[in-house]
Design a protein around this ligand. Structure first.
Ligand code: GTP
Ligand code: MG
Length: 330
């Protein structure tokens, strides 16, 4: 029901000619949900004003046309001399995500299948006290590419992702969240960029073309401050280092070991190490929206010092290791 209201609200916004990026994103996100959950019915269409209905129909037909073309499009054709990638592993850490894990996995599977991306979806559940694990078992009957993995104690976001890396087989890896914050279409973009030959692809929600929906005010301020700090410390042109949703070639995942971060600080350990160790990277715009079910696990108070520790650790590596850990030639 809340999806329907969200869509109605967003469309009303469109009718009022408030065509901001965020409004468009809201409509897209809500329409996506409505389609996905089957909630897109006459019942909710009746709730929309005429003009909004027209917008929605037009958007849907564009989207369908676009998808038809995209499914025929050859994705990620590598330039001369670059070996094509064979398999994409999407690694998803999940703890207590019973409200969304099923739709995250199915939605992603549909998108990747539609775009002909050879893939596996490795979901690492550790320490869930709700039905996340049972739902993953059920989903694996419907989604053949799903690989549910059970984490072992001690638990933690970073540990779960590293376990996912160890259990995955792809020569390209994308880390994605379970709470439907990240857009499945951005995963396809990541695959494409990695196939162009880049070692890493970093999404940014804060560049032209990117966006966020319902980002909590305080969290956003802290995020922006943290990113300014990281940028200044490392002198890099990346303004969204702290977002975990990123893509890497397997060579990067292995080349950045051993990982020190058991918790959310792994989010910055991988990209910062990859940059410092000399892997190539590209930044692309992505969209993000706040979770609608479940609870946030990131406790900024607990994580602040851990983020600082890992930043300073990689900074020390950059200036004092004399290149001992640098990427070795292909
Ligand atoms: N396996 C595992 N997954 C975790 C753990 N902690 C968090 N996660 C997952 O990591 C992802 C990110 O956690 P969130 O709680 O969404 O963190 P956040 O994005 O900062 O918070 P929100 O603003 O609520 O989205 C989600 O998919 C969680 O289920 C953990 O200890 N183990
Ligand atoms: Mg989240």
């Amino acid at each position: 029901m809340s999806d329907i209201h969200e869509l109605a609200r967003a469309c009303r916004g469109l009718v009022n000619k408030s065509r901001t990026d965020v409004a468009t994103l809201r409509v897209r996100a809500a329409a996506q949900d409505a389609n996905h959950t089957g909630a897109r019915s006459e019942k909710y269409e009746r709730m929309l004003p005429q003009q909004a209905k027209r917008h929605l129909r037009k958007a849907t037909s564009h989207e369908q046309k676009g998808r038809k073309n995209l499914s025929n499009e050859k994705l990620g054709t590598p330039p001369d001399g670059v070996k094509p990638l064979k398999l994409l592993s999407v690694v998803i850490p999940a703890r207590d995500e019973e409200g969304c894990i099923g739709s995250t996995v199915e939605h992603l599977h549909v998108e990747l299948r539609l775009r002909n991306v050879p893939h596996e979806i490795v979901v690492v559940d550790d320490g869930s006290t709700d039905r996340t694990w049972e739902l993953l078992q059920e989903a694996s009957e419907r989604v053949p590419t799903l690989v549910p993995v059970r984490g072992v104690s001690p638990h933690g976001f970073g540990r779960a992702i590293v376990r996912g890396f160890d259990q995955s087989r792809g020569d390209a890896v994308v880390v994605m969240m379970a709470d439907e914050s990240d857009d499945c279409r951005d995963v396809v973009t990541y695959w494409k960029v990695l196939n162009e030959g880049y070692d890493c692809v970093f999404g940014s929600r804060f560049m032209k073309g990117g966006g966020t929906i319902d980002y909590p005010w305080l969290k956003l301020r802290i995020n922006r401050l943290a990113n300014v700090f990281v940028r200044a410390l490392f002198g890099i042109q990346l303004n969204d280092t702290t977002n975990a949703f990123k893509g890497y070639r397997r060579t990067v995942i292995d080349g950045c070991r051993p990982y020190l971060s058991p918790h959310f600080n792994l989010t910055i350990e991988i990209p910062l190490k990859a940059i410092v160790r000399g892997y190539s990277w590209k930044v692309v715009p992505i969209t993000w929206r706040n979770r609608r079910t479940g609870a946030a696990k990131l406790k900024i108070k607990e994580m602040g010092s851990r983020y600082l520790f890992i930043c300073l650790y990689v900074w020390l590596e950059k200036y004092f290791s004399r290149g001992d850990y640098k990427k070795v030639g292909d």
